[in-house]
Design a protein around this ligand. Structure first.
Ligand code: COA
Length: 117
């Protein structure tokens, strides 16, 4: 979701990625694989400057999926009302900048398959 279509009020040069996958498909690295392609599309084809992601407090699987894609912790939004679930949640927001991603890609080229980081 780019710019004002995002949940977190981004400028048009930035985007937010969200995801879910059905339980039978968990643990096969499918979300990181899909997110990596979205990241490539966002930075290479769409020329975005930053990408944002987030996970609710306690969702370690989602946190890990983001780490594996290169997102790092940025800030926490406490006690937000989540309309979709009519619930109060704390969300940790992560970010990957274009520069960070480029550096990551260069490192991968040098050391081989860095996808497991
Ligand atoms: C979070 C989610 C998107 C991860 O997608 P995925 O394709 O399973 O991602 P991965 O296979 O890379 O797994 C990520 C981590 O989750 C953990 N994990 C995955 N499946 C697991 C399972 N069945 N049991 C325990 N841990 C599991 C592992 O720690 C894994 O990290 P590792 O590869 O370093 O061991 C998926 O579990 C999901 O859709 N969950 C429900 C919806 C949701 O939480 N969406 C995110 C909203 S922010």
């Amino acid at each position: 979701m780019i710019g004002e279509k995002s949940n977190i009020g981004l400028p048009d040069t930035e985007g937010e990625i969200g995801y879910w996958i059905g339980v039978p498909f968990w643990g096969q690295g499918l979300i990181p694989e899909a997110v990596r392609e979205l990241i490539r599309h966002a930075f290479v084809d769409l020329r975005l400057q930053s990408l944002w992601c987030g996970y609710f407090e306690g969702n370690e699987k989602s946190k890990r999926a983001q780490e594996k894609c290169g997102f790092t912790y940025h800030h926490t939004e406490k006690d937000i009302h989540w309309k979709l679930m009519n619930d109060i949640r704390t969300e940790h927001i992560t970010r990957l900048t274009r520069q960070e991603w480029k550096r990551r890609m260069e490192t991968r080229t040098l050391v081989g398959d860095g996808l497991k980081q």
